[in-house]
Design a protein around this ligand. Sequence first.
Ligand SMILES: *[C@@H]1O[C@H](CO)[C@@H](O)[C@H](O)[C@H]1NC(C)=O
Ligand SMILES: *[C@@H]1O[C@H](CO)[C@@H](O)[C@H](O)[C@H]1NC(C)=O
Ligand SMILES: *[C@@H]1O[C@H](CO)[C@@H](O)[C@H](O)[C@H]1NC(C)=O
Ligand SMILES: *[C@@H]1O[C@H](CO)[C@@H](O)[C@H](O)[C@H]1NC(C)=O
Ligand SMILES: *[C@@H]1O[C@H](CO)[C@@H](O)[C@H](O)[C@H]1NC(C)=O
Ligand SMILES: *[C@@H]1O[C@H](CO)[C@@H](O)[C@H](O)[C@H]1NC(C)=O
Length: 855
Amino acid sequence: MRRSDPRSMPLLAAAIAGSFLLIITTNALHQPKTNDGANFGATCIPHERDALLAFKQGITGDPAGILDSWQQPDGGEQNCCRWRGVRCSKRNGHVQKLGLGNSNYSIYSHTALVGQISRSLLALEHMQHLDLSYNNLRGRTGHIPEFLGSLKNLVYLNLSGINFNGSVPPQLGNMTRLQYLDLSYMGATYSTDVLWLTHLSFLHYLNLDSVNLSTIVDWPHVVNMLPSLTALHLSGCSLTGMLPDSVGQLSSLVILDLSQNSYTGPLPEFIGSLTSLSRLNLSWNNFTGHLPASIRYITGLKILDVSHNNLTRLPPEIGTLSNLTGLYASHNLLDGVITEKHFRSLNSLQNIDLSSNFLKIRISSRWKPPTGLQIVDFANCKVGPLFPAWLQWVVDIRYLDISNVGIDDWIPDWFTIAFSNATYLSMWGNQLKGRVPANIETMSSLKVLYLANNTLTGQIPNLPQNLIYFDICVNSLSGPLPANIGLPKLEVLSVASNHITGHLPRSICRSGRLRTLVLANNHLEGGLPKCFGNKFMLFLDLSNNSFSGKLPPSLQNSEMLQVLQFSRNMFSGRLPEWIGKLKRLRFLGLSKNMFSGNIPINLTNLQCLQYLDLSENELYERNFSTILKGQLLFYDSIPRIIRLNMTIIDLSSNDITGEIPEEIATLDGLLSLNLSRNHFSGNIPSKIGSMQLLESVDLSSNKLSGEIPTSLSNLTFLGYLDLSYNNLTGAIPSGSQLDTLYTECPYMYSGNNGLCGPPLNKNCSSGAEPTEQGHFTRTEEGYWSGFFYIGLEYGFVASIFLVSCALLFRERWRVAYFQSFDKLFDKAYVLVVVIWARVIRKGTENGVLRIAPDS
Ligand SMILES: *[C@@H]1O[C@H](CO)[C@@H](O)[C@H](O)[C@H]1NC(C)=O
Ligand SMILES: *[C@@H]1O[C@H](CO)[C@@H](O)[C@H](O)[C@H]1NC(C)=O
Ligand SMILES: *[C@@H]1O[C@H](CO)[C@@H](O)[C@H](O)[C@H]1NC(C)=O
Ligand SMILES: *[C@@H]1O[C@H](CO)[C@@H](O)[C@H](O)[C@H]1NC(C)=O
Ligand SMILES: *[C@@H]1O[C@H](CO)[C@@H](O)[C@H](O)[C@H]1NC(C)=O
Ligand SMILES: *[C@@H]1O[C@H](CO)[C@@H](O)[C@H](O)[C@H]1NC(C)=O
């Protein structure tokens, strides 16, 4: 997330994320004025038109038809000054500006031009302004073309977001009139010598974000030779070591962005000599110690971002910065007490983010916050035990995060009024008591409401109409779901781990955009509404309730569904054939229900399936082979079989008969196999040892016969093996792995009268042959096998279920909010990935699998 392009934010987030705002607005601020008015009226000069057409020839892809108006004289508009992106001088008719920057800010966007930048541009000698940003114009070599340096009249050059690599050509130093140069986010570019910059004496905006400058020792020295420079962006330039002393001389800079580098050591006092600064971004480095008190000399400072460092103290002097609108200091090691004194003159403050520090925030309930305050993020600091009463005086709060701040108090009665304009409220992980305010429905601006992991009681009231995201899991709520649960914009709803009763209201179907629904661990009952399911549905966890009846056929329209977890309910009937239509399913958990009949062969259509748990039902299957074979038939050649990435199969406690087919060994990503308590017969597949990632194998209580394959001792990662209560015979294979398992689980061979040899006390009549132990080391890949790794707490496979609780979504949401609502929702599957990637070996608590917080 750190490197994502800040310019791809929609306005809402932009208005909120002050530090990013910096970049956006400065672009506008620093657009140099062109010398004379350009207009469409001018007619174009023929050789310049030819040059433009030659440029067009270099463009091999233009999916959005940006250059459609660029036509040969006989083909369309003759006057190239009227072509899209072209501006000519009113005075002399020369092309003055070529503005082809891709406004979608992504080279993957469908509006990007593809191809290379033609040398023909050199014919446009009078051009002052060239913007090719965010197109896919890297050409054959992938380098920034050196010839651009010969465009001597350029005042403005923007190549940002073009996926160039290699060195930044020093020829760019020939464009001595440049005022604005943006080479940010290009790709893997670097520069080992920036002396060429010193020729650009008119430069006032320089953006080298993400150009690798790691070998450059004294960049401030060079920057100091640029007398006009006011905005300098060196974010993500791989700068290391202590901040060079010469930075203190950059006193004419108005904007300095050194974020996302690896600077270490204390922030020096000389920062205070950058007295012209309006915006200073030092975030995402490793700065330590105090923020220097000299910061008070930067009296015009508007935005200060020191977040994501190791700073330990915020000086009270910060409170003198009367022009400060944004203060971002989250994710540091800040300690001590913050009182209203820290804010005494911060009358302009709009955004404050002190989250994830050790700060105690003790603000008097009488303090009148600045009227413009809109964003307050104190999450993971210490704010409680009382609900911060001063918040009721914030006139216009939009975003408030006081999650995990130790509040042990009632939800205040002014909640709805004080936060009536809020779009984002997050208060998870406290001890909030009492009821959710009954009139919360009136909060029409609210989009995100996060109250998970508190001690709220009572019913969930009717919710505000515009809510997109609602998470109130792990509380003590009771009563039915609110009648208006079918909110039109709702995308994520989690009320898991409460005491909710009653039915899932039919109105849920009105939430046509619902993607994630988590109702696990409640007392919901009855059938699912006949209209249940929509085409956006992605993550569905209704486990551990008392839902009954058949799966509604309407669910088959949810073709995006990746996680379907209905375990521990009372669903019945046959497993519908249409399950096979849910082609994106990765997780299918139907255990502990009353499903009966055959396992539908269609299940084999689910090529993405990684977790299959049908245990403890009344399912039967004559020939397990057919299920697996079905899978295999999709793949005609051996290498492609590898794509079968099932990680967990649990078919235990059913009535499945037949043999375990040898083909099972091709599921080489499998981590856990539980076929216990069925009627499997025949031998254990001899190649079982080739499923090298296997961690858990439970074949107990079947009718398996024959010998234990020696290949089992190859399974180095095996942490659980149960072969008890079968009809196995012969010598037990040796191997230190199996021996260890036996000490932990001495019943693993029980109930097989024919087994003999160590570790059992029974001698084999003919003597067992010792077998070799395989040598495999556990790879990262093993852990993250396939798409995600599900931490197996041995023995809970059948009961694994998920709750989209606070810890899990919170960080993502925060990032999402600061970046873009849409990004996340458009790629909502990210949620699933995040959820799954973060399931860890912590066992269950509350019957809820704990999820690791985002680091
Ligand atoms: C452009 O710059 C390069 C390297 O800085 C230099 O060698 C070359 O002479 C310059 N070309 C012109 C036309 O000024
Ligand atoms: C603070 O902002 C005000 C209004 O924008 C401006 O007039 C004043 O000069 C600024 N103060 C400093 C020290 O830059
Ligand atoms: C089970 O199915 C497989 C493949 O469909 C078939 O080859 C095999 O003969 C079947 N076995 C039995 C016992 O029906
Ligand atoms: C156990 O297996 C043997 C053959 O290995 C067979 O003769 C016997 O009937 C089986 N016993 C049971 C209870 O299935
Ligand atoms: C197994 O055989 C060894 C010698 O081969 C003998 O010492 C031991 O007593 C026997 N154990 C049992 C349980 O029969
Ligand atoms: C396999 O499933 C059975 C019953 O469904 C369960 O008791 C057992 O613990 C499971 N085995 C593993 C290793 O989880």
